[in-house]
Design a protein around this ligand. Structure first.
Ligand SMILES: [Zn+2]
Length: 79
């Protein structure tokens, strides 16, 4: 995933942007309360795990950008 793709994502919430020393840090999370199981295609709202993904990309806004994305992992309720 690139920063450009991420910025255009529906449900993305930018919590904080920290710019210092030509380094841009974006703290973001995704609003999704449920996710679709890729196996059985049923929706699940049972949160299995939370983790932070770090995405680094080529410079945007002339600066090196790192995104810290809080992500929820959902557990399938169908098995
Ligand atoms: Zn499933």
């Amino acid at each position: 995933m690139t920063v450009k793709q991420l910025i255009g994502m529906p449900g993305l919430i930018v919590n904080n942007i920290d710019c210092s020393h030509s380094l841009v840090k974006i703290y973001a999370s995704i609003k999704a309360k449920r996710a679709k199981c890729p196996v059985c295609e049923k929706h699940s709202n049972k949160i299995h795990d939370r983790y932070t993904r770090t995405i680094s990309d080529f410079p945007v806004f002339q600066n090196k950008t790192t995104i810290f994305l809080k992500t929820r992992k959902f557990k399938c309720q169908n098995g």
